[in-house]
Design a protein around this ligand. Structure first.
Ligand code: ADP
Ligand code: MG
Length: 767
């Protein structure tokens, strides 16, 4: 065993092998902790004033990577300007602009061997060329080219006849690239690329002189106007050759071995200019070791940050709530139903979190109608039983009001004080409410983001509940948390979040899923109709009402403040009331009504004193009338998928067969048509969310950037889902073992993490 000797002046000399093993450098501090009769090294703190060699080297590399792209050979101000439009300002940006696909140019094909469906590169001679037209009279330009094995037809549908005539001279030779298609017996390439070969020059010589574009598997880059593949390849070759060596990899060597990953610099080189032996399909599938490395690296550092954040809240001191059942048991008795197994399970998860000594950070996901409100209220009561206040926050005024209406009737019976805070609250009323919040009189505060404004002060906030419906706002979680001393946080969402998204966006939250609907629901049948069927649709409504059921007719008011739109809804209500359904009772509901008015309209609908409720999207949430069995959605094409799903969730709540009619306008965009068909095809919230994600893309799906969706440079959560899971597992396990990343082998990882996450790690307390 190596021995560390104590010298006469009290210094310990650590043997070389131990120093190397622990990666100790001169100036590092070693914390020694007595433990019984021995002492152990409890921590090593690297010397922060004098960077060790590796750190110095890294900062030099960093500087190199920050070199403006304009300094690269062959890139002048003009090209730099064009590249900047693609987001490429530095050498590093360029290194991470990976090819969108690869083309096999290891050898040129013979014309006879060109395969339909493939993008091929071949050498040929122009045999004939000239304008032509289809049977339908559409003009196009056609050229026939060939070699000693056969011919192929090239076609252009957008062309300048004078230019084409000048260029496409029989006898000229060139190298052609394009996707081959087959029409009957004829193979064609539309709008091919061509590199002309000057008179008298040999093909072999040309290929040898241009090793970036020929004789290899070539990268194909995303382009913008003013760029072409040849330029991009030239610039990227220059950058990769000279700067990829400045990239440094901070992945643990053990993981690299286990997952077959490459050092990052090598991965970047191979992803841009793959070896001739590389498998073309694997390259195009993003499944080569080089591609997997780059995705893994990116996911790994994201997950490492999320793991740290999560751990940060796990080590913070929270409120250990005691389960007394004082109010919760009473509430359960008041309910006309018993909780579903899923609700019970989620509630247990919440209770466990709330009674733990660390703050809760939990996301509850449950489809429309799965009964989240009651779960949230039970969690709130648990906090109230412990003499803490609860804030319940919704994304819009309407949603906040709905929650308030829903909750306060129970609270009244339980003798709990609840209030509503929205930005509409003014003057004396506002002052009064704010006072009663800061004195602790109001135990449950429901509101919009107005709840997190500066002026709102809580006496003892113990639990923050955020009902995000289908909006997401990571920032708000933090602001709500600051209203108390490490309060518990519960986030509720009705949008099923595809797993990969949940792992990235909500990666620092624990996840509960209410995956069961209350019993007795029958699936809603959904149909798309157009204006010409309007009378038939009214007939459906009438039939249901005749059977003693009720109906909703929904109008799209995107902006509840839009006066003209509001008029449309009111006029429609008038029209329906006096002309179409003059014998029936019609109610009107919109967002500009006062809460009391709204409550009155809803109450009357609920009490079956109204047959048809003409409404804006106000009823999107909140209202719950099992006797309502038809929903007609006007201009259904204007709604988003998750909104349609939410709306439709208002019917089908009883045991009777319910129907939903999507009344669409005449002209639909392709996306709108897709949305409506998804709605017609499925009622599964998860399938709808996946379709929504596919149609809109992750950024829009989550509601833009403020949702905190990380932007990946190379990774893609859909394509690389499996890699994401691996990276997440490993990152969380590392943080589990070394939460501060302070052990010597993790120091460089920690440094890299801080660099990539910038200031976004405060929560974890390691920055
Ligand atoms: P969401 O998850 O969409 O917010 P809600 O909380 O509004 O759903 O619940 C939808 C309806 O289901 C409400 O009328 C609620 O009273 C009812 N509900 C909730 N839980 C149950 C249950 N366990 N059994 C029967 N009905 C329930
Ligand atoms: Mg709800």
């Amino acid at each position: 065993m190596p021995v560390a000797k104590l010298t006469a002046d009290g210094q310990i000399v650590i043997p070389d092998e131990i120093r190397n093993l622990l990666g100790l450098l001169p100036g590092d501090s070693i914390l020694i902790e007595p433990s019984g009769s021995v002492a152990v090294i409890s921590r090593i703190e690297p010397n922060s004033t004098a960077p060790p060699d590796s750190e110095l080297q890294q900062s030099i590399n960093r500087k190199n990577l920050e070199t403006p792209i304009q300094y690269i050979k062959g890139v002048g101000p003009k090209l730099a300007g064009i590249l900047a439009k693609k987001g490429i300002a530095t050498v590093e940006d360029a290194l991470y602009l990976l090819p969108i696909r690869y083309e096999d140019r290891r050898e040129l094909r013979k014309v006879a061997g060109l395969r339909p469906g493939c993008t091929e590169v071949f050498h040929a001679r122009v045999i004939s060329a000239g304008p032509a037209s289809t049977k339908g009279g559409r003009r196009f330009y056609e050229a026939v080219v060939g070699d000693d094995t056969g011919t192929i037809v090239l076609k252009w549908f957008n062309f300048n006849p004078r230019y084409m005539k000048g260029v496409w001279q029989p006898g000229k030779k060139g190298i052609f690239t394009g996707e081959v298609s087959q029409f009957g017996l004829q193979r064609e390439i539309h709008h091919p690329d061509v590199d002309w070969i000057a008179e008298g020059r040999e093909l072999a010589a040309i290929m040898a002189a241009d090793p970036v574009n020929f004789g290899r598997t070539v990268p194909v880059y995303p382009l913008t106007e003013g760029l072409n593949q040849k330029t991009m390849r030239k610039v990227l070759k220059e950058v990769v050759d000279n700067f990829s060596c400045d990239l440094y990899s901070c992945l643990p060597p053990e993981l690299m071995t286990r997952y077959g990953l490459l050092p990052v610099d090598k991965a970047v080189r191979e992803a841009h200019f793959p070896d001739n032996a590389a498998d073309l399909r694997a390259l195009n599938d993003w499944s080569t070791p080089a591609h997997r490395t780059l995705s893994f690296d990116e996911f790994f550092y994201l997950e490492l940050g999320l793991a740290l954040k999560k751990h940060g809240t796990a080590i913070d001191e929270g409120i250990p709530f005691k389960v007394t059942h004082k109010y919760t048991r009473q509430l359960l008795k008041m309910l006309p139903y018993s909780l579903t197994d899923a609700q019970r399970r989620v509630l247990t998860e919440i209770k466990n979190d709330m009674s733990a000594a660390h703050p809760m950070h939990r996301l509850v996901q449950g489809d429309v109608g799965s009964g989240k409100t009651i779960v949230a209220l039970l969690a709130a009561l648990l906090a109230v039983e412990n003499d803490y206040q609860v804030a319940i926050m919704a994304p819009t005024e309407i949603l906040a009001e709905q929650h308030y209406l829903n909750i306060h009737r129970y609270c009244d019976e339980l003798g709990i004080h609840a209030c509503l805070v929205t930005s509409g609250l003014k003057g004396k009323a506002k002052i009064g409410i704010l006072e009663d919040i800061s004195s602790g009189k109001f135990q449950i505060v429901v509101g919009t983001h107005a709840v997190i404004q500066e002026k709102v002060e809580f006496a003892r906030l113990g639990l923050g509940i955020i009902d995000e419906q289908h909006r997401f706002g990571v920032l708000q979680r933090g602001s709500l948390k600051k209203k108390g001393q490490n309060p518990d946080i519960l986030v509720m969402t009705a949008t099923p979040i595809p797993r990969t998204l949940a792992m990235t966006v909500f990666g620092d939250l624990s996840l509960s899923v209410i995956d069961e609907l209350p019993p007795g629901r029958t699936p809603v049948t959904t149909r798309i109709c157009n204006e010409s069927q309007r009378q038939r649709v009214y007939g459906i409504v009438r039939d249901e009402v005749r059977k003693g059921r009720q109906a909703y007719i929904i109008y799209p008011l995107v902006e509840e403040s839009g006066k003209s739109e509001l008029k449309a809804a009111s006029q429609m209500a008038e029209h329906l009331a006096h002309e179409v359904f003059s014998d029936l009772r019609i109610g009107l509901l919109h967002g500009r009504m006062k809460p009391e008015e709204k409550e009155a309209v809803m109450r009357s609908f609920k009490a079956c004193e109204t047959d048809i409720l003409v409404s804006t999207t106000v009823i999107e949430v909140g209202i719950d009338v099992p006797n309502a069995t038809v929903m007609v959605i006007e201009h259904a094409e204007r709604f988003g998928l998750s909104q349609l799903h939410q709306l439709r969730g208002r019917v089908g709540r009883g045991s009777n067969q319910s129907r939903c009619v999507l009344l669409a306008g005449w002209k639909l965009t392709a996306d709108a048509e897709k949305r409506l068909h998804v709605m017609e095809g499925t009622a599964d919230g998860f399938a709808i969310a996946e379709a929504d994600l596919e149609i809109r893309g992750p950024g829009d799906f989550l509601g833009t950037r403020q949702a905190g969706l990380p932007e990946f440079r190379v990774a893609n959560i859909f394509r690389d889902g499996a890699i994401l899971e691996q990276a997440r597992k490993e990152a969380f396990s590392i943080i589990g073992r070394d939460p501060a990343l302070s052990s010597p082998e993790n120091i460089s990882m920690r440094r890299e993490l801080l660099r990539r996450w910038g200031g976004r790690l405060e929560l974890a307390g390691i920055a």
